[in-house]
Design a protein around this ligand. Structure first.
Ligand code: SF4
Length: 422
C-alpha cells in the first residue's frame, strides 16, 4: 500500500522484479479525483485492509467526505456477498444530502471475486451510479487510475447532444490550481471563449465537456479519456504548454485547430516564447539532474529542465510507453538524455544514481532520501515539485526557481553528509 522499498524476488536473475508496483495503491489516483467532485459520494468495493489504507491516504489529501464501503471479509467473499454489499452501500450513499453521483470504485478483491456491472443500478434517486474498475493487477500506476476514472465518468455523463461550444477548450490534467487560470488567461487573448478543467469539482463540467471544441491533455497518461473525446469527434491538440518551444508549439497548434485569428495567435505565442526565453537567458540552469517519479509527468519536467540548460541523462516514470508521451521522449533523446525508463523500479533509479553522479535528483521519497544520504540534494517529486505552477512562462519561472535554489544548496548537503559521517 505505502510507497516502499520492496524486498522482492527477481523475476529474471540480475533484473529488478517489475511484477509489483513500487508505489502506493494505484486506486488512490482514481479516488483522489472522484472524492473531489461536489455531489459525489464514492463507494469503495474492497476488503477492510485496502479500505483502511486508501481512506487514510484520501483524507490525508483532503477528501472531506466519508467513503462508504460494504464489509468484505472472508465470510462475505465466500458467501458471494460482494454485489449485495455494494448495492447496500450505494443505497446509503444515495441518501447523502445533495448526492448526484456515486462512483463505485471496484478494487483488487471485488474485481477478483466478480463485480458484474449489470447487477448494479445505473441510477438511484437523483444520482448516477458509475462503476470504476481499478484493480492494481490491471492498472499499474496511480496516474493511469485517474485516466480510467475520468474516462468512466465522461462515457456516462458527457453530453454530446446539446449545442456545440466550438471555442471551449477542455484542459485535461490534475494540476496546480493557478495553472488553469494562467492558461485560460493566455487562451482568451487568442480568442478562446472558455476553458473547462478536468479532473475538477463540477459535475456540470463533465456534462459540458462533450460539447467542447477541442481537448488539450496537459498530462500524457490520459489515454482512455482521450479516446472518449475522439469517439465524440472532439479534436485533440498534442503536446503541452511546457517550456519555451513546447508552449509556443502548443499555442500555435491550438490556434490552428480552433481556426482562431492567425495574427492574434502568432502574437500571443511570440510573447509567451519571448517571456520564457528571457527567463532562461537571465538565469540558465547548470548541473546534472536525474528526473524520477511516479506521477506520469516526469518527461515534461525533464524537458523543461533541459531547455533551461540542465543536463538530464536519466528519466524514469511509473507509466507505460504511449504515443502521447513519445514526442517528449524523442525530444529528450535528441538533446542528450541517454535513458528513458517506463514502469520503472527503485532498483533502476538507484543504479542510475551510482552511474551518473547527479547534482540534484527529483524523485520519490525513498529515492530522494537515498540521494540525500550521499550528500546530493533531492526534491520529492509529488509534494515539492508537482505542487507548484509548471505551465507557460509563469509556471516555468516557479519551477525553475525551486530547482535552481536546490542545486545551489548542494554544498550544504555535502557538509551535512560529512558532519553525520564523522
Ligand atoms: S486495492 Fe489492490 S493494490 Fe490497492 S491496497 Fe488493495 S490489494 Fe493493494
Amino acid at each position: 500500500m505505502a510507497e516502499t522499498i520492496a524486498l522482492q524476488q527477481d523475476a529474471t536473475p540480475g533484473q529488478p522484479c517489475k511484477l509489483h508496483p513500487q508505489s502506493m495503491c494505484p486506486a488512490f489516483g482514481s479516488l483522489r479525483i472522484l472524492t473531489r467532485i461536489e455531489g459525489s459520494h464514492p463507494v469503495m468495493a474492497t476488503d477492510t485492509g485496502c479500505l483502511y489504507g486508501l481512506t487514510f491516504v484520501t483524507h490525508f489529501y483532503g477528501a472531506r467526505k466519508s467513503i462508504l464501503a460494504p464489509t468484505l471479509g472472508t465470510a462475505e467473499l465466500m458467501s458471494g456477498q460482494v454485489v449485495e454489499g455494494t448495492r447496500a452501500a450505494i443505497d446509503v450513499a444515495a441518501k447523502e444530502p445533495g448526492c448526484r453521483l456515486i462512483p463505485v470504485v471496484s478494487l483488487c478483491v471485488a474485481e477478483t471475486a466478480g463485480m458484474p456491472e449489470e447487477l448494479l443500478p445505473q441510477r438511484i434517486g437523483e444520482a448516477e451510479v458509475v462503476l470504476v474498475r481499478v484493480p492494481a493487477y490491471a492498472i499499474h500506476s496511480h496516474p493511469e487510475a485517474k485516466d480510467v476514472a475520468m474516462a468512466a465518468l465522461l462515457r456516462r455523463l458527457g453530453d454530446t447532444t446539446g449545442p456545440k461550444e466550438p471555442r471551449t477548450v477542455v484542459l485535461l490534467g490534475e494540476v496546480f490550481p493557478a495553472d488553469p487560470l494562467a492558461i485560460d488567461g493566455v487562451l482568451r487573448r487568442m480568442g478562446v471563449e472558455q476553458t473547462i478543467t478536468l479532473p475538477g469539482r463540477s459535475i456540470d463540467d463533465l456534462h459540458r465537456a462533450g460539447r467542447a471544441g477541442a481537448l488539450a491533455p496537459l498530462h500524457p497518461f490520459y489515454k482512455e479519456t482521450t479516446q472518449v473525446f475522439r469517439s465524440w469527434n472532439v479534436p485533440v491538440v498534442g503536446g503541452a504548454p511546457v517550456g519555451i518551444s513546447g508552449s509556443y508549439a502548443w499555442l500555435k497548434a491550438l490556434g490552428t485547430l480552433l481556426e482562431l485569428d492567425p495574427g492574434l495567435v502568432q502574437q500571443v505565442a511570440d510573447e509567451e516564447r519571448e517571456r520564457a526565453q528571457a527567463l532562461v537567458n537571465a538565469r540558465p540552469l547548470a548541473g546534472r539532474v536525474l528526473v524520477t517519479g511516479y506521477e506520469g509527468t516526469e518527461l515534461a519536467y525533464a524537458r523543461l529542465l533541459v531547455e533551461a540548460g540542465a543536463e538530464v541523462p536519466y528519466v524514469s516514470t511509473s507509466i507505460a510507453p504511449d504515443p502521447l508521451v513519445l514526442p517528449d521522449e524523442l525530444w529528450l533523446k535528441a538533446r542528450g538524455t541517454k535513458e528513458v525508463i517506463y514502469r520503472k523500479s527503485l532498483e533502476e533509479d538507484m543504479s542510475a544514481l551510482d552511474r551518473y553522479a547527479p547534482d540534484l535528483v527529483l524523485g520519490t521519497t525513498p529515492f530522494s532520501s537515498a540521494a540525500k544520504d550521499r550528500g546530493i540534494p533531492g526534491l520529492y517529486f509529488t509534494n515539492q515539485l508537482a505542487s507548484r505552477p509548471f505551465f507557460l512562462s509563469g509556471g516555468m519561472a516557479a519551477t525553475l526557481g525551486l530547482v535552481r535554489d536546490t542545486i545551489d544548496r548542494g554544498a550544504k548537503y555535502r557538509e551535512m553528509q560529512e558532519f553525520f559521517a564523522e
